[in-house]
Design a binder for this molecule. Sequence first.
Ligand code: CA
Length: 444
Amino acid sequence: MSEQTPLDPAADDSRGLPEGDSSGRPAGDPGLPDGDPFGLPEGDPFGPHNLPYGVFSLAGEGEGRRRVGVRLGSYVLDAGAAAAALGSPYVSLLARATLNPLLAAGRTAWSDVRRALTAWVTVPAHREAVRPLLHPLSEVTLHLPFEVADYVDFYASEHHATHLGQIFRPDAPTPLTPNWKHLPIGYHGRSGTVVVSGTEVVRPTGQRKAPADSAPVFGPSVRLDIEAEVGFVVGAPSAHGTPVPLTDFREHVFGLCLLNDWSARDIQAWEYVPLGPFLGKSFATSVSAWITPLEALDAARVSPPERTHQLLPYLDDSAESVADEPGGYDLRMTVTLNGQVISEPPFSSVYWTAAQQLTHMTVNGASLRTGDLYGSGTVSGPAAGQYGSLIEITWNGRDPLELPDGKRSFLEDGDEVTLSAWAPGPNGTRVGLGEVTGRISAAR
Ligand code: CA
């Protein structure tokens, strides 16, 4: 690892890219609309090499006017209107209120639509038609971009799982449970409470019982935490009863987003044995408003960490046919609390790949649905400054964070947490991921 301080935004920038902020935007570039959406600064992380998808409405239009948008710099392209204006056959996929029809259309359509969009925003002959359909981000409302079908959350970071083992099972022979290196551990979550970035998160109320207490008490959580994760969005469904092999990952998964799995540690600790997370997690899960297509991230693909155990064949990604398409993604994540950078988790350090998670999730014959969402689990690197949750950062409250407005072991009402990230793009560019932010409000 780099010897630089982990909280330096430019730390671990081994590719020698220009210094920039956590969205990947070059230093000194405010990213403000300059009146010409086609006049993007060179190296803008939301340039034509990125083109993430979202759903937006214009101020004052109301909910009924939601439509698919594609981000270009600090603008949003009304993708369906562009398709109509340019006589594209993809109007049926893009002139919609949600991404689900595009998600369901499958990999060939995803590529074709992306190629068309790239042309619409780069070919000078299209500019006259496209320019009026680009809206400044400051003038739009962003909505949950797809209808979430099933939601699964994994536990795929070895460093995160190790840290939690050290915190909760200090007397165990090893911090990892015996199954951890043999399968990606996960649980089924609550899709109806997945919310878009910017949505207020109400402090959950429930039962908790500290080990020294004789009986549980009821009230607002006093140990509310974050989990910095990456979410994967399933497009093409699979047949019930038929497992999805590792090699079919990109036939089914459309793209990814940042995800914050808000977690009430006190509720979780009292309820989770023996069936796993329940009310300590299900109150809210925040996702970014932008879904980055996997095709925009080809330059960010990396091999996952070295495997220390022989994997069963269905999960073994060392075979040539799979290893040709490395399953890791080099996403450089940043976590801020009330504007202060508190962590920079490296997604490339996550042990189980998104392909292995998808394959394991379906190996019993469980089917995929369009709009399925699965989280990677908290992303934590090995070093201090790379932990993706407060329970690790403060070591279960032993080492509180010192913030300008006071100490924090867990979240206070009014605290705002933002996850952002960028990835290496083609030709030395950066691909910015849409941020996910949420503010805690008092329990009701
Ligand atoms: Ca989680």
